[in-house]
Ligand binder design. Structure first.
Ligand code: NDP
Length: 470
């Protein structure tokens, strides 16, 4: 729902064409204030009175509403983010699946009876927390919104969803779909405006009791500080610098084919990107040769073309940031063996924020390109000599979000899975996310877990009730 009084517009750009594709009204502080009041009021309205099962039916209708507009939403996401259309189509499915999953969870998440010492009956109730501010980034705008909104609604909360300024379009459509599905007014409102204005106001607002942010680690720290004032509940999904650990017993060609997109897909703008390839010294040269050969074949270009594998970066500023990191890598004496250049007028690409993915060899753990989250298509390859060194390199990071281990030795895979400090790990796979399983980070990659039934804990309060029998 977009309020009628407008302050200024957010110009939404297609990063593949650099054209303005929408002008979106930014909320004033007064509009946000009214929206929080509406959300607070909606907590006690019809939403509070319907059964868990009825809530589930509304969520299921939202899932169906998303699916019924599948292609339209996929096109919109691609035009707004530049991601390849085939990825957007998958993401719209995942968005709908999130609502379907939590639709089924509403009446399967409940308290317990506890055999306490006192004579009587002790039970717990699961209750909504209240008004939740759900703040999402620009790299997976619709999917991440749905990962937060669906469990928050499943628990009976009301929601202010704040999309990133660069990518508000699919969030606005989600708000409309939810109303069409029968969600009462005020239960889900899409708050439009910048993080520094609307976002900051949300995280400081005394009537917002829960914040869930997916964003940069620095933004997460701001959220924690602001939340401390009124002791809000906080969930944070933040940055990453994830390892891809490759042992010498793998089929190198197959491993490269399976893991190259774990760092380059979404143009590297992925919190789970395996941006540190930690490769057995016995196969590092062979691995690098295969990696570069494969990188050269990646189809970069028009994201609406179904063949495209790599679209543009989200903005010129983000591309500039990546190019600056490529320069830093060269100054640090890492060896740039492929890519790392802008695809622009100088090489036949007249529009869009395209870049050739970069492969760095001869990197060491103390380099900035190895330690800092670049959030672009840059991979650093480092050799290791034994398991202990592989685990040490993998853990030498302030982050701990995701990662992969490639080996055909099951015992080694188990030892490594235990040794690597990370919230999500895949063995012989590049996948990070399963809707039914918890997702989140160790260390400075975040706080709390999204997805699966675990997420419901973070959107509910537990009340203990004791009935005396004496
Ligand atoms: P930002 O932290 O810059 O922004 C994320 C969201 O927070 C946006 O909606 C932004 O609004 C808002 N925001 C910014 N500042 C504030 C503030 N002071 N108060 C409240 N809200 C604020 O991240 P990006 O959008 O640049 O996304 C990239 C980051 O997200 C990367 O670090 C990436 O690793 C991380 N990420 C983490 C994931 C995970 O699951 N762990 C998944 C995906 C991304 P606005 O856009 O208006 O600035």
């Amino acid at each position: 729902m977009i309020p009628k009084t407008l302050e200024k517009n957010l110009s939404v750009i297609n990063p593949a064409t650099e054209e303005v594709i929408a002008e979106i009204p930014s909320w004033t502080p007064e509009q946000l204030e009214r929206a929080v009041a509406n959300a607070k009021m909606a907590l006690g309205g019809p939403w509070a009175k319907i059964s868990a099962r009825e809530r589930g039916k509304i969520l299921l209708k939202i899932a169906q509403g998303i699916q019924s507009r599948h292609e339209e939403l996929a096109q919109l996401e691609t035009k707004n983010t530049g991601k390849p259309i085939r990825d957007s189509r998958d993401e719209v499915n995942l968005a709908a699946d999130s609502f379907e999953y939590y639709a089924g969870a509403t009446n399967k998440f409940f308290g317990e009876t506890i055999p306490v010492t006192a004579r009587g009956l002790c039970m717990t109730l699961k209750e909504p927390i209240g008004v939740c501010a759900l703040i999402v980034p620009w790299n997976y705008p619709l999917v991440i919104a749905c990962w937060k909104v669906a469990p928050a609604l499943a628990c009976g909360n009301t929601v202010l969803l704040k999309p990133a300024s660069l990518t508000p379009l699919t969030a606005i459509e989600l708000g409309k779909i939810a109303l069409e599905a029968g969600l009462p007014e005020g239960v889900l409102q899409v708050a439009l405006g910048s993080g520094n204005a609307i976002g900051q106001q949300l995280i400081s607002h005394p009537d917002v009791v829960k914040i869930s942010l997916t964003g940069e680690t620095t933004t997460g720290k701001k959220v924690m500080r602001a939340a401390a004032e009124t002791l809000k509940r906080v969930s944070l999904e933040l940055g990453g610098k994830s390892p891809n650990i490759i042992f010498d017993d793998v089929d190198v060609k197959a491993c490269v084919a399976n893991s190259i997109l774990s760092v380059f897909s979404n143009c590297g703008q992925d919190c789970c990107a395996r941006s540190r390839f930690i490769v057995s010294a016995k196969i590092t040269d062979q691995f690098l040769t295969e990696l570069v050969a494969k990188a050269k074949t990646l189809k970069i270009g028009d994201p609406l073309n179904p063949e495209t594998e790599i679209g543009p970066m989200i903005s010129n500023a983000q591309r500039r940031r990546v190019l600056d990191y490529v320069d830093i890598g060269k100054q640090e004496k890492a060896e740039l063996v492929w890519g790392g250049t802008a695809l622009d007028k100088n090489n036949g690409q007249s529009k869009g924020y395209f870049i050739v993915p970069a492969v760095f060899a001869k990197t060491t753990s103390n380099m900035r390109i190895v330690q800092e989250e670049i959030f672009g298509p840059v991979v650093c390859v480092m050799p290791f000599n034994d398991e202990e060194e592989a685990a040490r390199l993998a853990n030498d990071s302030i982050y701990g979000l995701s990662g992969s281990i490639w080996t055909n030795n099951a015992a080694r895979a188990i030892r490594m899975a235990k040794a690597v400090k990370s919230g999500v790990l895949s063995i012989n796979s590049s996948s990070s996310v399963h809707l039914e399983a918890p997702f989140g980070g160790y260390k400075q990659s975040g706080l709390g877990r999204e997805l699966g039934m675990k997420a419901l804990e973070t959107y509910s309060e537990t009340k203990t009730v004791f009935f005396s029998e004496v």
